[in-house]
Design a protein around this ligand. Structure first.
Ligand code: AMP
Length: 398
């Protein structure tokens, strides 16, 4: 079955055409700057790469171009859009309504619409993607796969905030968590690497531009670092992560900001970018630290300390940890961050093998020392595959 996986953002669109039989991505790409000018970077296999710079005033022109790159031009991989069996959409916020993936109906779209206040930019773009696919690929089923769904197993003691309870019952104020498809995929891979052991205690460290940790007990999310929105938790590319709520009115006063401006500041100007003053791209910050930049060095220390604090907290919550898994751009590629996040944890039985940690590969691999009680794995994430597989499970058999 061929599934077109779509991840529609406010001005971007990621896509992959996945063959669910092999799990292979036949073609993939990224459209950026929708509504500004428009650029599409398309890949077929490892050799064929093509960039289109075409005016894309809206998401509709962007998806039309994606379909053209799949069916015509020299990048063509299928003869017609009829060969696409279904479309799987990544949806950021599923609130408490969605505990697993669902086939998209008018009722589902309405429910996702009702969640827009919780994820204004993301959910609106996701709905736009669904509507356009219904129009451009008529008659083909669409499936929604939610970033929040995997975390719906968290118990109330881990998802409630310590504010009056009616704020939860009236306004649904609670921790939802994100990166669910990644945490689900990586923890399942880890369970396989642990020999399908029962009652596993796993910590997944999804460290990318956005980052979150998840404690996965017996295959289910027990706790995660992101909250009502993706702002909570770790220090990220441009997000501050956990801060004292008192910072907000203080900074609003000092910088003369309104609520919208302060949230934008904490989401887009903070984190690695704000701390280092260099970039949100960790590679550039590491380079500056190697050249002696003090702020860059402190940024890296803060980043790793925060990861370590959550690793210890989650190990305590689960009464131990069988495996710690690193994934996403930083987790898969930065031996420096993995080494520092796991340093000095030998008292807990967590020991990293520094040589194994330095080996670069795109495969699942173990980087723990022989005498480590806890396995440490690097597991490349594959959110698109989870979306394609969920779509197949819901549609394929029909
Ligand atoms: P993602 O959001 O998963 O695509 O991850 C993006 C982040 O991964 C960016 O901050 C990159 O700087 C970071 N990244 C990618 N490769 C490396 C690397 N070799 N070392 C450190 N950070 C990296």
């Amino acid at each position: 079955m061929l599934v077109l996986v779509l991840n529609a953002g406010s001005s971007s669109l990621k896509y992959q055409l996945v063959d669910t039989k092999t799990g292979e991505a036949i073609a993939s790409g990224l459209v950026e700057r929708i509504g500004i000018d428009g650029i599409l970077k398309h890949e077929v296999g490892i050799n064929k790469k093509l960039t289109f710079e075409i005016e894309m005033p809206t998401h509709k022109e962007a998806i039309e171009l994606v379909l053209k790159t799949l069916t015509i031009y020299e990048t063509k991989v299928i003869d017609s859009i009829d060969e696409i069996d279904a479309i799987g959409h990544r949806v950021v916020h599923g609130g408490e309504n969605f505990k697993s993936s669902v086939i998209i109906t008018e009722k589902v779209i309405k429910q996702i619409e009702e969640l827009i206040p919780l994820a204004p930019l993301h959910n609106s773009a996701n709905i736009l993607g669904m509507r356009i696919c219904q129009e451009l690929i008529p008659g083909k089923p669409n499936v929604a796969v939610f970033d929040t769904a995997f975390h719906q197993t968290m118990p109330p003691e881990n998802y409630l905030y310590a504010v009056p309870h009616e704020d939860y019952t009236k306004f649904k104020l609670r921790k939802y968590g994100f990166h669910g498809t990644s945490h689900s995929y990586v923890s399942k891979e880890a369970i396989k690497l642990l020999g399908n052991k029962k009652d596993t205690k796993i910590i997944v460290c999804h460290l990318g531009n956005g980052s979150s940790l998840c404690a996965v007990r017996d295959g289910k999310s027990l706790c995660t670092t992101m909250g009502l929105t993706p702002l909570e938790g770790l220090i990220m590319g441009t997000r501050c992560g956990d801060i004292d709520a008192g910072v907000i009115p203080y900074l609003m006063g000092k910088k003369n900001m309104d609520p919208h401006q302060i949230i934008d500041y904490l989401n887009k100007k903070s984190g690695i970018l704000g701390l280092s003053g260099i970039s949100s791209d960790l590679r550039e910050v590491i380079k500056a630290a190697n050249d002696g930049d003090k702020r860059a060095k402190t940024t890296i220390k803060m980043l790793c300390n925060k990861i370590k604090r959550f690793i210890c907290s989650y190990a305590g919550l689960m009464g131990g940890v069988d495996a710690i898994c690193f994934t996403a751009g930083i987790g898969e590629n930065s031996d420096l961050i993995r080494e520092n996040a796991c340093s000095d944890l030998d008292f807990m039985g967590i020991v990293l093998d520094k040589e194994k940690n330095k080996i670069r590969s795109k495969e699942n691999r173990e980087i723990s020392a022989e005498d480590s009680n806890t396995k440490i794995f690097v597991i490349p994430t594959n959110e698109e595959l989870v979306i394609a597989q969920d779509t197949y499970k819901l549609i394929g058999k029909g």
